[in-house]
Design a protein around this ligand. Structure first.
Ligand code: 6R9
Length: 658
């Protein structure tokens, strides 16, 4: 049945066929009522709720004494104190012991005919060998390791080897520039970098070792680089520092015992954009993060033992961490490691992979869905008979894309879960539970266990109760997988998340709650934009542009984009009022690509003679946004501009085109 075509009411969860029963089943009481009861328990008695879930989902080498300590107000939360566990043991060993031949990783290479499959037994062996290599390079418990790799199984092995020996991984998306890589390596004080000679995506190769070499010119602390040979290309080599992955791992034995870690020991760092220029190293801790990953995998995605999970995210972002690696492996299922792009060699690639590997769960950002929807339904081939859950992440999914996902991709047989969360939340915070809670196209729906959302008035910080309300989204209670700090900058952590509204975690997003209690996520309230599901701060792009010697001032704002969701547009003034040439324009784009990475390049650049500024010199980006949206008649009060005539000239510049 296609409940969607029956009107705009919620789609009931029991509209979907399920080979086995959902974890949260209908047991006389409806699954939705059961969700509500469990959610209420998780809020009223978090200690008991999370204590029992943590023992149920993870294997602890020492049980914890206390479930939670600290408060949002003080920003000193810790979970599962006294507990000891190892993340790698939980992801690999326990499954390798129970089910050695079960498939853990399914590598689908950029070239459709290539790839390989690793069982849990294989995975344990390869992780152990790499663990020895890291130790041999001097990596000790608590040390940070930088990972700058394409989506190959070795990248997942790298994460697991780090956490096996108690090292903290810091994955840097392999699309970041050498400058960005350098800053992240230095901020985290990494001594070892794991990379590949080249990466492959969409039929193209990228010389990523070359980018590492450039970054390391200014990273004096790095002593070793391990290079996975992905292609046959030769690369520049620094003897003593550089080592070929394939040569060194085979020297080591197949087993090394996992390190005993405290629940609050750091698991990983992941840099993300903040509203100021400098990226933040978000720190996650071992016990709490793993509980969040496993719990959301089990209840939001309703993962069962025999499932094959395909998350299209890159391990360079949080989605790849939690849902390519940790959640599926903690639950002992098979996870697809996809190296390529959805359009290569043709727009059927995702659907081919789903059929080839009997995928049950598919999880991707709306930007990819928009692109595929636009390419035409004729590419959505295959029967996708095993598909049970279709997830969306990273940005709001428009109702018509949601419906396309449901009707064309899922053939009305799979449940859509629009999952709202952030690098900082570690795992889903607002999302439907597949098979258990109803959905509405475009709504992230209901809070996950332990999440107590509040809609606040941005100006007063007052909570807005009731239905049909809108404001900023905050959470009233701590949950296990929330980030513990910003690496080396706890004050910044407090300022960004916990101080804006005392006693709450502030998400930075706007949201509304409708008459049925569904939450709808609006968009960022700060200067962060979302391009193809990638978080970029406009301040960071401005800082990159201003570094160019020709640029006097820069203001970057977001515009809507059919494919990428949002795109950035830069308004610049040049020094000495010089005229813009095509060369200068190209150079400025290159400047952003070089400083941050190709994905951050502005879509358009307008060179103007002045920016709209208040008398105190503050750039009024709101005016620029309105002009770009063609809403010149709704500029609002421009009387505070130091030179109101600048508006007319900017309108003319935009009309003339970039
Ligand atoms: C997981 C991830 C976080 C920001 C977040 C919000 C946006 C994420 C969303 C969504 C609407 C969803 N966002 N999921 N907006 N609906 N389902 O994307 O983490 O890269 O840290 O970005 O993404 O604005 O604040 P991250």
């Amino acid at each position: 049945m296609s409940a969607l075509t029956n009107g705009s009411g919620p789609v009931p969860a029991d509209a979907f066929a399920h080979p086995s029963k959902p974890h949260l089943e209908d047991d006389g009481t409806s699954a939705f009522e059961n969700y509500k009861r469990l959610h209420a328990q998780s809020i009223k008695n978090p200690q008991e709720f999370w204590g029992s879930l943590a023992r149920d989902l993870l294997t602890w080498s020492r049980d914890f004494d206390i479930v939670r300590r600290g408060s949002l107000e003080r920003g000193d939360l810790s979970w599962f104190l006294g507990g000891e566990l190892n993340a790698c043991y939980n992801c690999v060993d326990r499954h390798a012991f129970a089910n050695p031949d079960k498939v853990a990783l399914i590598y689908e290479a950029d070239e459709p005919e290539h790839g390989r499959v690793l069982t849990y037994d294989d995975l344990l062996r390869e992780v152990c060998q790499l663990s020895y290599v890291l130790k041999d390079m001097g990596v000790k418990k608590g040390d940070t390791v930088a990972i700058y790799m394409p989506m190959v199984p070795e990248a997942i092995i790298a994460l697991l080897a780090c956490v096996r020996i108690g090292a903290v991984h810091s994955v840097i998306f392999a699309g970041f520039s050498s400058d960005s890589l350098r800053d992240r390596i230095n901020d985290a004080k990494c001594k070892v970098v794991l990379t590949a000679n080249e990466s492959k995506r969409g039929g193209k190769t990228h010389a990523i070792k070359h980018i590492v070499d450039k970054a390391l010119v200014e990273c004096p602390a790095v002593t070793s680089v391990l290079v996975f040979k992905r292609t046959e290309s030769e690369v520049q080599w620094i003897p003593g520092r550089d080592h070929w992955w394939q040569d060194v791992v085979k020297k080591w034995p197949a087993y090394i015992a996992p390190e005993r870690m405290n629940a609050e020991d750091p698991l990983f760092l992941l840099y993300t954009s903040g509203s100021t220029g400098k990226p933040k190293g978000v720190l996650h801790s071992t016990g709490g993060y793993l509980v969040g990953a496993a719990a959301t995998g089990k209840y939001v995605f309703d993962i069962h033992d025999t499932d094959s999970f395909f998350c299209g995210g890159d391990i360079g972002w949080i989605t790849g961490h939690t849902y390519v690696v940790y959640a599926p492996l903690l639950l002992g299922v098979s996870t697809i490691v996809f190296e390529g792009s959805p359009m290569y060699p043709n727009p059927s690639r995702y659907w081919d992979i789903i059929d080839k590997h009997n995928v049950t769960h598919f999880y991707v950002a709306p930007t990819a869905l928009r692109l595929l929807k636009k390419s035409g339904d004729q590419h959505v081939t295959g029967d996708r008979a095993h598909l049970r859950v279709l997830g969306s992440v990273g940005e709001p999914i428009a109702p018509e894309v949601w419906k396309w996902y449901f009707e064309v991709v899922g053939k009305g047989q799979a449940q859509i879960v629009d999952t709202y969360w952030q690098t900082e939340t570690g795992s889903h915070v607002i999302a439907p539970l597949a098979g258990a809670t109803p959905t509405k196209p475009g709504a992230a729906s209901f809070p996950f266990f332990g999440i107590e959302p509040a809609i606040l008035d941005a100006a007063t910080g007052e909570e807005i109760d009731g239905a049909n309300v809108e404001g900023v989204l905050a959470f009233k209670q701590a949950w296990p997988s929330m980030a513990r700090t910003v690496w080396g900058a706890h004050d910044r952590y407090m300022d960004t998340y916990l101080r804006p509204f005392k006693g709450y975690y502030y998400t930075g997003d706007g949201a509304s709650r409708d008459k049925d209690g569904f939450y709808w996520i609006g968009g960022r309230m700060d200067d962060i934009i979302n391009v193809s599901g990638h978080r970029i701060s406009t301040a960071e792009i401005e800082a990159a542009l201003i570094e160019d010697f020709t640029v006097a001032e820069a203001a970057v704002v977001a515009v809507q984009d059919e494919i990428t969701g949002q795109a950035s547009v830069a308004f610049l003034t040049l020094k000495d009022h010089r005229a813009v040439t095509p060369e200068i324009r190209d150079e400025l784009i290159l400047q952003v690509r070089r400083t941050i990475g190709p994905f951050a390049a502005p879509k358009r650049i307008y060179v103007v003679d002045d920016l709209p500024k208040t008398r105190s010199g503050k750039i009024m980006r709101r005016v620029l946004r309105k002009i770009l949206a063609g809403e010149e008649d709704q500029l609002g009060d421009t009387s505070t501009l130091s030179d109101p005539t600048v508006v007319e000239r900017i309108i003319a510049a935009v009309k003339a085109g970039p």
